[in-house]
Ligand binder design. Structure first.
Ligand code: AHR
Length: 503
């Protein structure tokens, strides 16, 4: 096996990697909000206004840039007025998508915006098109962002919040082709124009309106939405971005496979499915380019991540799954693709932040103990890419493995630069073999480096309250100058970042 080479031109910066590519998603689903973010003011778990302080502290470590809420499918059943005012007077509802449980609306607009303020994150509020009205959406943005004594601003003040909040992102429904109303593309495209009209910019708040986009490879849906925008040189776009959803799955809905028990073949199949994001971003962007060559309209991957069978014994509607090194590498493969598509991809939100699907954090329902997952560590190790200039990283000579009719390169890489430092991300997807990767760095002098690696003895290694650091970052020792460049010894099934100090 010859060494793979990664050629990086350090003096040729590409588009900025928006920090919003490291965004998050919190739905009223299972134990994401209740038990995850929010435990109520009377909980023994340290909290502020009911919001868990340990969760906030952990997410601040990631420099969490934004948080999408309240769904997901839940968004198109949610009526925001049910979630304001005294908690004991808030109406209840049935959360029909997720476990058919009764939602008491204890966590609503004020709680969400307080959470965003504690996190230092931008709010991405997802409105209701499926069962809502333009008026309801219009009044929500007025309530959130209006300064003067308008009816909704006055109502907000009566509920204890004087200052308006800033809401830079607003979703115009969710998965309109499915749980958001089972619409055809043409019908939704018209509704997206209509509803967006009423999501006004109040005072100095400027909203990016995000239309509910395609599932996976439904390029016709993207095409229809772009067509609905009309001639962008002639008018302001009614919505400024369109979304895309892509989950990494290796089986049918009724047999998605275990999060923690899998064969080597299933390891490679998952990583091959994750790598498909490269093709999906390329092809959706190509459709968008046809209508919008100047790239005014953003692509927002506001749901991505792994979707496995729920942990045995947990509620099937709560989507609670463990998170292994495999999930970590699924994330690193996605981020490499995100960095390469930073010219069109303006935001991405992993599903979901706490206790649901590919989570950053898991909380124990009995003890409340908090665990950082392997995926958390990928977000942390990659945080230096946020708002840095992308650098092309050409991987040459990587071994490939044929998986399910597709070639999966076993080495992945991406890079960015900020002033006199560059950050290189490297993944070795080989389940069994360590390898040396040569960084061929051009266009700047290298003064020093600092490597960090995330790996473990077993591809299925994961963190639990009893072993919270079974998968945790460690210094990467095997980095040295060689005749061919900077040589990096990467263990099998490993993710690494190397920070370069440049002269
Ligand atoms: O993230 C879980 C669900 O997946 C979301 O509610 C929905 O939008 C998608 O189908």
């Amino acid at each position: 096996m010859s060494d793979a080479r990664v050629v990086i031109d350090l003096d040729l910066p590409g588009p900025t990697i928006s920090r919003h590519l490291y965004g998050h998603f919190a739905e009223h689903l299972g134990r994401c909000i209740y038990g995850g973010f929010y435990v109520g003011e009377d909980s023994d778990i340290p909290n502020q206004g009911g919001i868990r302080l340990d969760v906030v502290e952990a997410l601040r470590e990631l420099r969490i840039p934004n948080l999408r809420w309240p769904g997901g499918c839940f968004a198109d059943e949610y009526h925001w007025r049910d979630g304001i005012g005294p908690r004991d007077e808030r109406p209840r509802m049935v959360n029909s998508h997720w476990g058919d449980v009764v939602e008491d609306n204890a966590f609503g607009t004020h709680e969400f915006m307080a959470l965003c303020e504690m996190l230092g994150a931008d709010a991405y509020v997802n409105g209701n098109v499926g069962s809502g009205s333009p008026r309801e959406m219009s009044e929500w943005i007025e309530y959130l962002t209006r300064e003067d004594d308008s009816p909704m601003a006055a109502l907000r003040r009566a509920n204890g919040r004087d200052e308006p909040w800033r809401v830079p992102f607003f979703g115009i429904g969710n998965e309109a082709w499915g749980c958001g109303g089972n619409m055809r593309a043409e019908a939704y495209a018209d509704l997206a124009r209509q509803f967006s009209t009423y999501v006004r910019d109040h005072a100095d708040n400027r909203v990016t309106r995000i239309a509910a986009g395609a599932n996976v490879d439904d390029y016709a849906w993207t095409d229809e939405l772009m067509r609905a925008l009309g001639d962008l040189s002639e008018q302001a776009a009614p919505f400024q971005a369109i979304s895309l959803h892509y989950y990494t799955m290796t089986g049918p809905w009724d047999a998605k496979g275990s999060a923690t028990s899998f064969t080597n073949d299933e390891w490679y199949l998952a990583l091959s499915r994750a790598y498909r994001i490269e093709e999906l971003l390329t092809r959706h962007a190509t459709v968008m380019d046809r209508h919008d060559p100047d790239r005014r309209v953003g692509l927002v991957l506001d749901e991505w991540g792994t979707w496995w069978d729920v942990e045995p014994g947990t509620n099937p509607g709560f989507l609670y799954q463990q998170n292994t090194l495999r999930d970590a590498l699924v994330a690193s493969v996605h981020f490499d693709a995100f960095h390469r598509h930073a010219d069109r991809l303006v935001m991405a939100n992993i599903a979901q932040t706490v206790n649901v699907l590919q989570a950053m954090l898991l909380t124990d329902p009995d003890t409340g103990a908090l665990v950082r997952t392997p995926t958390f560590h990928v977000f942390a190790m990659n945080a230096g890419h946020q708002d840095a200039d992308s650098l092309a990283a050409h991987v040459i000579g990587a071994e490939e493995r044929s998986v399910d009719g597709r070639d999966l390169p076993l080495v992945h890489a991406s890079a960015s630069r900020r002033g006199d430092t560059a950050l290189v991300s490297l993944s070795n997807l080989d389940a069994d073999e360590a390898r040396t990767i040569v960084l061929d760095l051009r266009g700047a002098e290298l003064e020093g480096w600092n490597g960090t690696v995330l790996t473990a003895g077993d591809t299925a290694a994961h963190n639990t309250p009893d072993a919270p650091e079974a998968v945790a970052p460690a210094p990467l020792e095997g980095v040295r100058r060689g005749a061919r460049g900077l040589e990096v010894d990467l263990p099998a099934h490993a993710f690494a970042t190397i920070e370069l100090a440049l002269a």
